[in-house]
Design a protein around this ligand. Structure first.
Ligand code: DGJ
Length: 735
C-alpha cells in the first residue's frame, strides 16, 4: 500500500510505493535532512535499524560513505551542485537551517509529505514536498521557498529536487538530445569525475536536450532487464539537470529552473513554488521504466494542470465557459486523441477558404476527425515576415471570417482546429507598431530576430493579459475545438528595461508561469477545446506542458524512417497518445525519401495519428488505402493510446524496429514493425513479443493463424519481409 511511514522517535521517513521505496531522516542535530535510500522495496525494520545505531550517519560520513543532503543549501563544507543559493539583505550568502515540522496528507490516490525547514537566523523557510501515488513507483518532488523575514532575500539558484543514487557503482547516464527535425535522439555517457549538465538556456524546453534522464549502474541495464533510476522535470522554460559524482563517489542528479542569468528577489511574505521534478525506480530495465512513466502520466499528468500543489499565480481570472464541455473522459482516462488533418505541408502560407475546404472534403472522406488550419490564416500572413501578433482572420483569404469554413468542416463531421503562435510578434505587425516595448529587449542592443520574429515579454502582466484576452476572444468568437500552440524561436536579449534594478532577471520563470496561467485560464474557459504544444516541431515537450495540452507535435521531420528513431527516443518517457505523428507526401519534403504509403501510416499509427500530406495530389487508390488504414487505426487506437508499450526491437541497433502495444487486460496486442533496405544479409524477419500470457493462445487477426503466447515470446513472430522499406501491422487477440 502506498503511504508515508514516519518513525517519530528516529525522525526518519519511508515512502512506500508499489514496488519501490524511498527513505531519509534527520541528522542527529536536526540541522539537515539526510538521504538514506531509493530502490526496491525495503522492510520498515531496515530503515529503523540503520537509524538506530548512534552516530551512524556521521560515522558513514567520516568514512566517505555519506548520507547526503536531501535538499542541498549552499553553505558550510558543501562543494557539489547546491539546490538552493540565497543572499540575505546583510550580505550573508549561506543557508543554515533546522527541521521545523512535517505533515502527511491524502489527496485522493496520492499521499503527500511536507517537510518544513527554517533558516536558523533569517526568516527564510523551505518546505520540501514528496507526492506518491497508489499503484505507482513515481515520486514527485518540489519545494516552496517562503520569506517570513522583514527584508527581501535574493534567490540565486532554486532547484526543485536532488536525486541520490545508491553508493558504490559506476553509473551510465542516458538522455535525449537533438535539434530541429532531429528531436529526441537517445544517447548515453558514463558518469565520471566531470560534472555533466543537461540544460536549456533558451527560455523554452528546447530541441537540443529534453528534461529527462535515466541512470543505471555499471551501464549494464537493458530494455528488458536491470535497475533504472529516472527523472523528468515538469517545466517548459530554461531548465537544468546537473549530474555529478562527489569526491566520495556518490552520484546525484539535481534539477529545476536554470540559474543562468536568473535571480528572484523574494519579498517579505512572498512564497515561491518550484516546479515538480519527478523520479522513479524500476527493476525491469528501460522498457519497464518507460511504461511506468507512460501509465503515471496518463493517470496523473495529462490535462491535470499544475503539478506543484501550492498556489500558482491567480491571474488571469478565467472567463465563463463559452463552448460546450468535452465529453467526460471514461473512468478517469484521458480522451482518445482524434485523427487529425493539418494543412501546413500541403499549403504552407497559401491558405484560402476554398483551398482548405477542398482539403477538408478529402480529409473527411478518409476518416479524419479534426481538421486543423495551420499558419497563414491571419491578417497579413503571406510569408513568415509579417502578421504574428495580429490574430484576426486575413480579410483577403477569409473575407467572411472563419465561420463559413468552420461550418463546412463541421458539416463534414469534423472538429475545426487552428494554429496560433501567441508568444511571438513580427516587427511587421500592427501589434508591434503599437507596442514596440512589449518584446524582450535591452537598451542600446540589437533586437535579434529569428524567423523574422521577436518574443513578447510575457512576464509583463499587461502583455500576458493581452495574450489571454486575445485568445479567449478568438475562441469565443469561433467554434474552435483544437488549438495548435506554436513557439518558433528561443529568447534573446531577455531584458525588461522598465524594470531595471527591480529584478528583471525573473523574466525566465515569470514568462513560463504566465504561459501556464494563460493556458490554464483558456482551458477553464473553453473546456471543449483541445490544445497541442508545438515549438518548431518538438521543442516544447515536458511534463509541465503535458499538464495543459492533449498532445505535442513531435517533430517537423515527417520522413517516416527518420521518425522511427525520433519516436523511439520520445517514448522513453512520453506516452504514445501524446505523440502527434502525420502521414505526409512522398517524396518527403525534407529528406526527399520515397516511402510506401503503408509504411508512412504504420509509423504514424504508433502515436496519435494525423495526416499532413496534400490530399489533392493523392490519387483514388491512395485515398482508398488511406481510408482503410485510418479505419484500422480507429480500431486499434484504444490499445495504441492506452496500452502498455514494449519496444521489442530497436531500429537503432537491429535491422527492424518494432513496437508492441498490449491492452491493459491483456486481451489484445498490436505489433508495428518497420525495416530499412537489407544490407549484407542482415535482414531479420522475426521479432519476439513481450508481456503476453505464456499459456494463452492468440489469433492473428490478419491471417487467422493461432499462436501460443510462449512461442510468440520465445520464438517470435515471423514478418512478411521484402521491399526496400517495409512495414507490418499485426493484430493479435487472445482466444
Ligand atoms: C513550425 C511547426 O512545427 C510547423 O508544424 C508549422 O506549424 C510551422 N511552424 C508554421 O509556421
Amino acid at each position: 500500500m502506498t503511504g508515508v511511514w514516519h518513525d517519530e522517535r528516529e525522525q526518519s521517513w519511508l515512502l512506500e510505493m508499489r514496488s519501490s521505496c524511498y527513505a531519509f531522516g534527520l541528522a542527529d542535530d536536526a540541522a539537515a535532512v539526510r538521504h538514506w535510500y531509493w530502490g526496491p522495496e525495503l522492510p520498515r525494520a531496515a530503515v529503523a535499524a540503520a537509524r538506530a545505531v548512534p552516530g551512524r550517519w556521521e560515522e558513514h560520513l567520516s568514512l566517505g560513505r555519506e548520507f547526503p543532503d536531501e535538499y542541498v543549501p549552499w553553505g558550510g563544507l558543501r562543494y557539489d551542485e547546491p539546490t538552493l543559493r540565497a543572499e540575505f539583505a546583510d550580505g550573508t550568502r549561506a543557508v543554515q537551517w533546522r527541521y521545523s515540522g512535517q505533515r502527511v496528507s491524502r489527496e485522493g490516490e496520492a499521499c503527500v509529505l511536507e517537510l518544513d525547514l527554517a533558516d536558523a537566523a533569517y526568516g527564510l523557510q523551505v518546505t520540501l514536498y514528496y507526492r506518491i501515488y497508489d499503484g505507482f513507483d513515481v515520486v514527485e518532488r518540489w519545494a516552496a521557498i517562503r520569506n517570513r523575514g522583514a527584508r527581501p532575500v535574493v534567490l540565486r539558484e532554486a532547484l526543485s529536487a536532488n536525486w541520490w543514487m545508491p553508493p558504490g557503482r559506476r553509473w551510465r547516464l542516458r538522455y535525449l538530445h537533438g535539434g530541429w527535425a532531429a528531436e529526441t535522439q537517445l544517447t548515453e555517457t558514463l558518469v565520471g569525475p566531470a560534472t555533466l549538465v543537461l540544460e536549456s538556456r533558451r527560455g523554452t524546453t528546447g530541441h537540443h536536450l529534453n528534461p529527462w534522464f535515466t541512470l543505471d549502474p555499471d551501464g549494464t541495464s537493458t530494455e528488458t532487464s536491470g535497475e533504472v533510476w529516472s527523472g523528468a522535470l515538469a517545466w517548459s522554460g530554461s531548465w537544468k539537470i546537473v549530474c555529478e559524482s562527489t569526491p566520495a563517489g556518490r552520484v546525484h542528479a539535481c534539477g529545476g529552473w536554470n540559474d543562468f542569468d536568473w535571480a528572484h528577489e523574494l519579498a517579505p511574505g512572498e512564497d515561491l513554488v518550484l516546479p515538480v521534478f519527478a523520479g522513479l525506480y524500476s527493476g525491469g530495465g528501460f522498457g519497464a521504466a518507460s511504461r511506468e512513466w507512460h501509465a503515471w502520466q496518463r493517470a496523473h499528468v495529462l490535462g491535470r494542470g499544475e503539478r506543484s500543489a501550492v498556489a500558482r499565480p491567480a491571474w488571469p481570472a478565467p472567463a465563463p465557459p463559452t463552448s460546450p464541455a468535452a465529453p467526460a473522459a471514461a473512468a478517469g482516462q484521458p480522451e482518445l486523441q482524434p485523427v487529425l488533418y493539418n494543412s501546413w505541408e500541403a499549403t504552407g502560407f497559401a491558405v484560402s477558404e476554398d483551398g482548405q475546404a477542398r482539403l477538408a472534403e478529402l480529409a473527411a472522406q478518409i476518416g479524419v476527425e479534426c481538421f486543423v488550419v495551420d499558419d497563414g490564416w491571419f491578417a497579413g500572413r503571406n510569408n513568415d515576415r509579417a502578421g504574428l501578433g495580429d490574430w484576426t482572420p486575413d480579410p483577403v483569404k477569409f473575407p467572411r471570417g472563419l465561420t463559413p469554413l468552420i461550418e463546412r468542416v463541421q458539416a463534414l463531421g469534423m472538429r475545426f482546429g487552428l494554429w496560433v503562435e501567441p508568444e511571438m510578434v513580427n516587427p511587421d505587425s500592427d501589434l508591434y507598431r503599437a507596442h514596440p516595448d512589449w518584446v524582450y529587449h535591452f537598451a542600446n542592443r540589437t533586437r535579434t530576430q529569428r524567423r523574422n520574429q521577436l518574443v513578447l515579454n510575457l512576464a509583463r502582466p499587461d502583455v500576458a493579459e493581452w495574450v489571454f484576452r486575445t485568445l479567449d476572444g478568438l475562441l469565443s468568437a469561433n467554434d474552435i475545438g483544437f488549438v495548435k500552440w506554436d513557439m518558433n524561436r528561443p529568447f534573446s536579449e531577455p531584458g525588461w528595461p522598465e524594470q531595471a534594478g527591480r529584478n528583471p532577471e525573473r523574466i525566465w520563470t515569470e514568462h513560463v508561469r504566465n504561459l501556464y496561467a494563460i493556458l490554464d485560464g483558456l482551458r477553464a474557459a473553453h473546456p471543449g477545446t483541445d490544445f497541442e504544444s508545438c515549438s518548431g516541431g518538438g521543442g516544447r515537450v515536458d511534463l509541465g506542458i503535458l499538464g495543459r495540452v492533449q498532445q505535442v507535435w513531435t517533430s517537423d521531420n515527417t520522413d517516416a524512417w527518420d521518425r522511427v528513431a525520433i519516436q523511439e527516443g520520445f517514448t522513453q518517457v512520453y506516452p504514445a497518445q501524446v505523440m502527434a505523428a502525420w502521414v505526409t507526401d512522398s517524396p518527403n519534403f525534407l529528406t526527399g525519401r520515397r516511402l510506401p504509403l503503408s509504411f508512412r501510416f504504420h509509423v504514424a499509427m504508433a502515436g496519435a495519428l494525423g495526416i499532413g500530406g496534400d490530399l489533392l495530389r493523392w490519387d483514388a487508390a491512395e485515398l482508398a488505402e488511406a481510408a482503410r488504414l485510418v479505419a484500422t487505426y480507429k480500431e486499434i487506437r484504444p490499445v495504441i493510446q492506452r496500452g502498455s508499450l514494449y519496444r521489442i526491437a530497436s531500429a537503432r541497433t537491429d535491422p527492424v524496429g518494432a513496437s508492441e502495444y498490449l491492452a491493459a487486460d491483456g486481451s489484445e496486442a498490436v505489433v508495428l514493425c518497420w525495416w530499412s533496405p537489407a544490407q549484407l544479409g542482415s535482414r531479420l524477419f522475426r521479432v519476439r513479443l513481450a508481456g503476453l500470457d505464456r499459456d494463452a493462445r492468440y489469433t492473428d487477426a490478419g491471417t487467422g493463424a493461432e499462436h501460443l503466447g510462449a512461442a510468440l515470446m520465445n520464438v517470435g513472430l515471423d514478418l512478411p519481409g521484402g521491399g526496400d522499406f517495409g512495414s507490418a501491422l499485426v493484430r493479435l487477440r487472445r482466444c
